[in-house]
Each structure stands twice: as C-alpha cells, then as structure tokens.
Design a binder for this molecule. Structure first.
Ligand code: M6R
Length: 594
C-alpha cells in the first residue's frame, strides 16, 4: 500500500526523501513523487520506479519535503494521480495513505466554491480543504480539514514558507523518527532506519507538528506525550545482506527465527498468553482471524490447538468476518497479522472488542495498530519482513501457535516432551531443506513452463497446500490453486491433464493412504505429479514423477519443513520466469484498505 515520508532538518531534503522512498518500495506501489519546500513548493511525480524518478527529477534546493509511493485505489497510476497533491495556489502539498470515503461530496462542494481539481484521486480534496480553512494557522486549517473528512488517512502536509510539517493519522500507520537537528515522518520503520532508530508511534486522532528541533502531538485540541521507542532491528536486518532478493534472505533466516523464538519462550516464566481466563469465564472455544498467509497459519493453528488443547477452534477470514452476525461475547479471539496494519483485521478486532471479547494479537511489527487494539499482543520474533511474499513471519506465527497450545495442552507429558525435543531439532531440519535446494531448483525450471498448477494436501498439510499455491501465484504469476486433496474429485479433476501439474504434500500420518490413492487417481488423468514427501518414502518415489524430500519430523511440525521447500520452489520458479520477486505486480506488503 501507499508509503509516505516527510523530512525536515538541516540537510538537503530531496536525496533523503528519495532514499527513504526506496526503503518503502517493498510495500508495493505503481507511482511515486516528492515535494520540496524550495521557496515555493516544487513537485516531481510520475508513474515510475523511485530510482527512475530520482534520476529524472530536477534538483530542488530545500531542507523540508514530503514523498509518496502510491498504490492506486482512485484513478489509474499516472503522473496526474501520483502524490503529492496540491491546492489551487500550488503552495500546499499533501501526501496521503488511506481512503477518503466522502471525497465525492467534498469535491462537489469545493468545486462549487471555486476549487479546481486535476486528478481522479480522493486525496486531492485534502489540500483544497486546508486551503479553504487556512487563515494564517496551518495547524487549525489541518484540524478543520480533517473534521470534514470521513475515512482513513495518514497524511503529511508541506506548505511553502512554513518551517514545519504537519502530519495526522486515523486508521493508517504513521511514525515519527527523531533525529539530531532533523526529524522524519513515515509510514513504516524501515524507511528511516538508516537515519534514526528513535521512533514514536502515532495513534488514531493524533495531529503532529514537526520542526527540525521538535515534535508536538495534539489530540482533541490537547497536547499529549507519546513514548519514544528504540528500534532494535539493525539496518542490516532490513537489508538484503548479499542475497539477490529479500525473499530469499528471509527464507534463509527461518532456522534462526525458530531458534530465537524457542530460546525466548523456554526462558520465560509465564505462558505467552493468558488463556487461563478461558476457564474462569467458561469460554469453550477459540476464534482465529487473519488474512492471506496469516490466515493459512491460523488454519494450521486449528489443527495444533484442537489436538493439544482439545478445544474447538473457529478460523475466519477477517475480510468476511466483518459481514457475520454471530453472538461473539463468549470467545477469545486470536488475530494473526504480520504487519498489524491490515485493514480487515483491525476492523474485525474492533468489532470483537465492542462485543466484549478478549482479543489477543499475534503480530510481528512492534507498536502496530493491532497491538494497540488488542487486550494482549504476542510478538512474533521474525524481525523485519520486507519481501511482499510472507515467509519467515508465517513460520514465526506457527511457532507462537505451537507454544501457546503446548503451554495449555491437555496432552500427556510424554507427548509434550517429545514435541519439545522435535521443536528444538526443527532449526536443523529446516536448514537441511535449505541446504538441499538443487532438486527444488531443477523442479522449478520445469514448473516455470506451465500456466496452471494444483497443490493438494490433507489434514494439517491442507493449509500448507493453500500457502504453497499462494506463494507461487503471487511471485511467479502462475495460476496456482491449493486444494484439500479429498475435494479434488468434486470439481477440479475436470482440469487435470498433461498441461496441469499437481504438487502433492504427503505426510506419513493418518492421511497417508488416502494421499497415495489421490496420487494414483491423478496420475491416471496424466497430470505430471510432483510429491513433497519425507525422506525414505519408497512408495511415493515409485508413484510420483518427481519427488522433493524433506526430513522426517512429527506430523504436527511437518507444515514448517514442507512450507520452506514450497517457498523455495515458488522463489526459484519466479526467478526462472524473470519476475520482480520482492515487488510483485499489484501487490502491497501491508493492505491498509478494505
Ligand atoms: O500483515 P498481515 O499478516 O495481516 O497480511 C496479511 C496478508 O496481506 C499477507 O499475508 C499476504 O497474503 C502476503 N503477501 C502473502 O505472501
């Protein structure tokens, strides 16, 4: 989604803005732009990559400016729709992330008052509203403008002749970066990490005046203090460290993510979340909510929690949950989200809180909006995930779910002790998958020639099929569908044939025999069949056209080793097809609009 940056200090703003915009590229965008206070306000923007924009833009001489990467919602990606947007005088520039729901009515009203609009965007009403209310106090004008606006926003306002930037947020993330004789405003920490690790997370309703020396936050007309946080991620963690893509780097970080998480959990004296309240409140089920990859983690969580806690778990897509009208009060909800900023999740969490539910967030980004809405947040320890395709955050979410379920498990002590031993061995097993990628690369070369692929699995590996397919489609643009193997005969079989490979995830558990039968049925329809199977599985070796093997682990942990192999498969297939792996077309890292 859109990324915004603001800079004010004693250095030239232009190069800093462009540098920070490059760090925001991972969020996904189709156009970008900057505005610098250089006497008047100088703007350069277009449907270009940041690097090209930087090369083509004239040099602007000024120490304050704003920048934007746009992910189009209202109006196609174009020069005129790119941000920053200006008022009629050309002296007020605004960048915006979010959606202004009532922009049509505001535009109509402003047009009748003589304002002239040039773009199709919802954002353009904001500089015009500020212009309308500006009578010498920029703060008051911004406050008045935002009173008229309905919807979500993170904005930064730059005005010619003013020695400050004004920013505000509602339902869209925004942070302040505190520097030495310079300050930053950004949608996200990685944007400013090269310059400062001191960060303030703004809250909904905050309006902030930022000068090069200080930051004043107001809310409902009263000045408020917000805690300053020290970012513990290193710049290196947010960089590629020699890998060709962030995605590959993040896939390779997974053994470390598992190890770090385990060290932290096993040292802790308290369980990571307080589920004891369930007993006290007579709660007999859990609800898990998420979107995309995080939803797949939740689906796997259902198998884990139901087996170990012997508690029913309902899993819902956050985007659909918002249309349901169930009675909700007697449940604990676990909202899983890497970014903590996904609009559908935030909306669902608010709905649950209003209904009196206890909401636990499982989030990766510290200080994210989800963590502020939740009654409690369990942070995944994945570190910054830059690649649009989620990898290590997924595995980190699974680690939380394993640990949560084990902490309250009703399984016998021996089962738990075995699981703990296997969890401790898991980093090594994942490393084995990573070290053994030649076969995966070979198969990726073959797979890259096809237009359609099915992934199938059963039981706890059914969601792995969904996630494997999601990884492939989002970065290689091959149409991929994940299916419960048992469902394939109920429709998808019509699509089988020599031009549609099937990838079968085979675990040696209670699903094994049924999977072997599925494989035979698929082979009889001439689809090329690749199996992902445990090492030493001779029956599968005999049946499948090709086999990628993974180390043997407890079935409950098998999604981890299996997904790492499928992440690599998606990565190398996309690479083979020459796709822009870290920034897939039309996608955004954090989806901050519904
Ligand atoms: O930040 P979140 O976990 O809430 O994001 C949810 C999805 O947008 C995300 O997992 C998306 O599906 C990824 N691009 C998948 O790789």
């Amino acid at each position: 989604m859109c990324g915004i940056i603001g800079y004010i200090g004693d250095k030239q703003a232009q190069s800093i803005l462009l540098d920070c915009l490059k760090k925001l590229e991972y969020r996904g965008y189709d156009s970008c732009g900057i505005a610098v206070a250089a006497g008047g306000v100088e703007v350069y923007k277009d449907a270009l990559r940041v690097e090209v924009l930087g090369k083509e833009s004239p040099r602007f001489d000024g120490m304050a400016g704003i920048g934007h990467t746009r992910w189009a919602t209202h109006g196609e990606p174009s020069q005129v729709n790119a941000h920053p947007h200006l008022d009629c005088t050309g002296r007020i520039a605004v960048v915006h992330n979010g959606v202004i729901n009532n922009f049509q009515a505001l535009k109509h009203q402003l047009t009748s008052e003589g304002h002239n609009f040039v773009s199709e965007t919802d954002t353009e009403v904001i500089p015009h509203l500020i212009e309308k209310y500006y009578d010498g106090s920029l703060e008051k004008a911004v406050e008045a403008a935002l009173r008229d606006v309905e919807g979500s926003y993170a904005i930064i306002v730059l005005v010619a002749g003013e020695t400050k930037l004004i920013a505000a947020r509602k339902d869209s993330p925004l942070i302040i970066g505190i520097g030495d004789r310079e300050n930053f405003i950004a949608s996200d920490v990685p944007a400013i990490l090269d310059y400062t690790g001191r960060v303030i997370y703004l809250e909904d309703g905050d309006i902030v005046v930022v000068t090069k020396h200080n930051t004043k936050i107001r809310r409902d007309g009263t000045e408020v203090n917000r805690e300053e946080h020290k970012i513990l991620w290193s710049v290196e963690e947010a960089q590629k460290s020699g890998y060709e893509h962030f995605m590959l780097k993040e896939i390779h970080e997974q053994p470390r993510v598992i190890r770090n998480t385990l060290v932290e959990y096993t040292r802790a004296t308290e369980p990571i979340a307080d589920l004891a309240v369930m007993r006290d409140a007579g709660i007999e089920s859990l609800l898990m909510l998420a979107c995309g990859t995080s939803y797949h983690a939740a689906l796997i969580g259902k198998y884990i929690v139901e087996e170990l806690l012997r508690t029913p778990v309902r899993v819902e897509l956050a985007s659909e949950f918002n249309y349901y009208s169930h009675t909700l009060a007697k449940t604990i909800a676990i909202a899983i989200t890497q970014s903590g900023e996904t609009a559908d999740i935030l909306k669902a969490m608010k709905k649950l809180k209003e209904a009196g539910c206890r909401v636990i967030a499982v989030a990766n980004v510290v200080g994210s909006t989800a963590s502020r809405i939740a009654n409690q947040t369990i942070y995944t320890r994945a570190g910054p995930e830059i690649s649009v395709a989620a990898t290590k955050s997924f595995v980190a979410q699974l680690m939380v779910l394993y640990w949560l379920a084990m902490s309250y498990s009703k399984a016998d002590a021996r089962r738990l002790a075995n699981l703990l031993v296997e969890l401790r061995q898991l980093p090594g097993k994942v490393q084995q998958v990573l070290d053994d990628e030649t076969k995966i690369m070979e198969y990726a070369r073959y797979l890259s020639k096809f237009d359609n692929v099915f992934y199938i699995g059963r039981g706890i590996n059914y969601p792995v099929a969904l996630e494997g397919a999601l990884k492939l489609k989002e970065i290689s643009y091959i149409h991929a569908e994940g299916y419960a193997a048992g469902e394939t005969k109920h429709g998808p079989f019509a699509l089988l044939g020599s031009d549609t490979p099937v990838i079968a995830i085979v675990a040696k558990d209670k699903t094994y025999e049924a999977m072997l039968t599925n494989i035979k049925e698929i082979k009889a329809r001439r689809s090329p069949l690749m199996a992902l199977a445990e090492e030493g599985d001779d029956a599968v070796e005999e049946l499948a056209d090709s086999v990628i093997t993974v180390p043997r682990v407890d079935t409950m942990l098998s999604p981890v080793v299996n997904i790492v192999a499928l992440q690599l498969l998606a990565y190398y297939t996309a690479k083979e097809r020459g796709c822009p792996i870290d920034f897939p077309r039309n996608l955004a890292k954090s989806v901050t609009v519904e």
